[in-house]
Design a protein around this ligand. Structure first.
Ligand code: UDP
Ligand code: MG
Length: 309
């Protein structure tokens, strides 16, 4: 019998977990009599009763496994841990808050089986229930990253996807520390089909992503999949050299013709401030890449497991 591994990253999801499990089991009974399920709940260092909730379920169901981290390592780490430990022939990633409807799974499975895809990925076409500025910045991010990066990133893409064993093996062979899954999925290639659905609001609990966390994640995505900001920094550097050179020529000519009355002090201050601003900005960009490289060469583990079943 074939097996589907369901990986569920959980961070403070005590309320959502029972609801999630119930819904997944309902889908299993209804659509998947011919297929085995393996649940892998990854407790990402939750501070509430998430682990207890998971253990309760694990006691009554043999096919429920869990991994508990020693602290919060982030959703990317949780997904990787799940992928590392999954044993299924097909592997899917789902949020605990039921924003990734398990009811779509049968359709996804049939598509892989019958249409020869390696991966069925989902994207939401609406962002109902999300703060408007968050949606606005998310759209800007996708526009920007698609301009400056070689790998394609789909706007509204969720992490919810069903993949073949082969594709998952290629993903876990990428051991980088700064992980941006949306890019990694696209980087490994394989035949992917996108299916669309309307955004569903979470069943319980609150979102774990603050604006600041998302902003840092966006920077992660940009530095991990594009070097365009570095080229941009070099380009403005060059541009300013050219401008400075032309200005010097102009001043020499002007001095030769009109003599040298001392003037232009305020404009000088403005120029100094402007140019040093650009310098710091470019240095910041370089610093971003350097810091990522620094974390990368330390070879620290992406996650640390405290207990598992
Ligand atoms: N999550 C996680 N670690 C974190 C943050 C989130 O494992 O540090 C999990 C969370 O429990 C949920 C999923 O990632 O199952 C998506 O998080 P959330 O629903 O808060 O994000 P949103 O849907 O609002 O983008
Ligand atoms: Mg959610």
């Amino acid at each position: 019998m074939e097996k589907i591994s369901i990986i569920v990253p959980c961070y403070n999801e005590e309320e959502a977990i029972p609801l999630f499990y119930q819904e997944a089991e309902r889908v299993k009974a209804q659509d998947f009599q011919d297929i085995e399920f393996e649940y892998i709940f990854v407790d990402d260092g939750s501070k509430d009763k998430t682990l207890e909730e998971i253990k309760k379920i694990a006691e009554e169901n043999e096919s429920v496994r869990y991994i508990s981290f020693s602290r919060n390592f982030g959703k990317e780490a949780a997904m990787l841990a799940g992928l590392d430990n999954a044993t299924g022939d097909y592997i899917t990633l789902m949020d605990a808050d039921l924003q990734d409807p398990p009811s779509l799974l049968r359709k996804m499975y049939d598509m892989i089986k019958n249409e020869g895809y390696d991966c069925i990925a989902t994207r939401r076409v609406t962002r109902k229930g999300e703060p408007p500025i968050r949606s606005f910045f998310a759209r800007c991010f996708y526009k920007l990253i698609n301009k400056i990066s070689d790998v394609e990133m789909v706007d509204g893409a969720r992490d919810y996807r069903l993949m073949t064993r082969q594709m998952v093996d290629s993903i876990i062979s990428l051991r980088e520390y700064n992980r941006f899954s949306k890019g990694l999925f696209s980087f490994v290639g394989f035949k992917t089909k996108w299916i669309e659905y309307e955004n569903v609001e979470r069943v319980a609990g609150k979102t774990k992503w603050s604006f600041w966390k998302l902003f840092k994640y966006a920077i992660e995505g940009i530095t991990a999949f594009s070097t365009a900001p570095l080229i941009f920094a070099s380009f403005i550097g060059l541009l300013f050299c050219v401008i400075a050179f032309l200005l010097i020529l102009a001043i020499i000519v002007k001095t030769l013709i009109y003599g040298d009355p001392t003037s232009g002090w305020p404009s000088m201050v403005c120029i100094i401030i402007f140019v040093s601003g650009i310098q710091l900005f470019s240095l910041g960009i370089i610093g971003q890449y350097l810091s990522k490289a620094y974390l990368e060469i330390k070879h620290r583990p992406t996650y640390i497991i405290k207990e598992k079943k």
